[in-house]
Design a binder for this molecule. Structure first.
Ligand SMILES: CC(C)(COP(=O)(O)OP(=O)(O)OC[C@H]1O[C@@H](n2cnc3c(N)ncnc32)[C@H](O)[C@@H]1OP(=O)(O)O)[C@@H](O)C(=O)NCCC(=O)NCCS
Length: 139
């Protein structure tokens, strides 16, 4: 959409929290978020005036292992190809800056696998790979 700009920039912890809240996701303490965002490799925002309506970022070792994380389009802006725009920008950045063989991973939210299949991600488990696995630390 004409009034929405795609900008390669970091976001603040407050903006990050607002994005996660908009889709009903939990989030860590603000101080923890700030550290995590600072360690982010690349991030992209969709801005409408000064409001962020879409976001996505890359984390990883900066050399051969990357994770795509926190892809969010605010609900009132979904299904207008904005998510595709965020992912295109992220994949273009990776292809331009990383070598052949770089492993790019992500964890799809429930039911969002088809969105990522458009970018040649394969679902695990399959005949070759086991399941992706996860835990949240609860000390
Ligand atoms: C997933 C998300 C980023 C997609 O953003 P979006 O701007 O709505 O997506 P687009 O309009 O660019 O979608 C392009 C295509 O992806 C697929 N897609 C998009 N949203 C989808 C959904 N909720 N379920 C299944 N497929 C979806 C569709 O094929 C869609 O094409 P279509 O509209 O012609 O059917 C957005 O729905 C979102 O932020 N959801 C909440 C947070 C989330 O789950 N993020 C993903 C974390 S892994």
């Amino acid at each position: 959409m004409d009034d929405i700009k795609l900008v390669r920039r970091a976001i603040t912890a407050d903006e990050f929290i607002e994005m996660r809240q908009s889709v009903g996701w939990d989030y860590p303490e603000k101080e923890v978020i700030s550290i995590g965002l600072k360690n982010t490799i690349f991030s992209v925002c969709l801005e409408k005036d000064k409001e962020i309506v879409g976001y996505g970022r890359i984390i990883g070792d900066g050399a051969f292992t990357l994770y795509i994380q926190d892809i969010i389009v605010k609900p009132e802006y979904q299904r207008r190809s904005l998510g595709i725009g965020i992912m295109n920008e992220i994949m273009e950045y990776i292809k331009k800056n990383y070598a052949k063989g770089t492993m790019v991973c992500l964890m799809a939210a429930k039911g969002k696998e088809d969105f990522y299949k458009k970018f040649e991600f394969v679902v695990r488990p399959n005949e070759v790979y086991g399941a992706g696995m996860i835990q949240y630390i609860d000390k």
